[in-house]
Design a binder for this molecule. Structure first.
Ligand code: ZN
Length: 167
């Protein structure tokens, strides 16, 4: 197969996975259509839609993501059949969702929104405390450390988001 054919084959696969995620998106939108905002939040419906796109995007290159497509479809059915179901049912649902998230976190280094910012601010404050202790200007350096951390965190987070690494 020539390179061109190869690229085309990959693009076709990618399109198929995008369509798959679009289909999940539609199913969730339909299933949650008559729900209140609170109910939607309870099901983490927005999150599941995002997960579908993250899994779909990686399914071509990662066999585990390809397998996890089945889990996402199953989660979709949970919402579709979830009316008046008990607490245990939702717990099962969340457990299955965490399996998908765990793979994305462990094997694709995906992070939660705000995670990088929190880490950077904490590092900034620690650096500020140390510098403040050495220079006897605690308040000033802690403030500088926190603000610097905040900026670094926000910038890193934006970069990660562009790379599709934020949940
Ligand atoms: Zn994967």
């Amino acid at each position: 197969m020539t390179d061109d054919n190869n690229i085309q084959a990959v693009q076709t696969e990618q399109k198929k996975d995008d369509l798959w995620a679009d289909n999940i998106h539609t199913r969730i939108t339909k299933a949650t259509f008559e729900m209140s905002e609170n109910e939607k939040k309870n099901w983490y419906a927005e999150k599941l839609i995002k997960l579908a796109y993250h899994i779909g995007k990686r399914a071509e290159a990662c066999s585990q993501c390809e397998n996890l497509k089945k889990n996402v479809e199953e989660l979709c059915s949970y919402i579709e059949n979830g009316k008046d179901k008990d607490y245990e049912y939702k717990r099962e649902y969340l457990g299955k969702m965490s399996v998908v998230m765990k793979h994305l976190g462990t094997d694709h280094k995906m992070i939660n929104p705000g995670q990088l910012t929190v880490v950077a601010v904490v590092i900034g404050i620690i650096a500020g405390v140390i510098t403040g202790y050495l220079t006897h200007m605690n308040g000033l350096y802690i403030l500088i450390g926190a603000v610097t951390g905040l900026f670094v965190g926000i910038i890193n987070e934006r970069i990660a988001k562009k790379k599709g690494r934020v949940f």
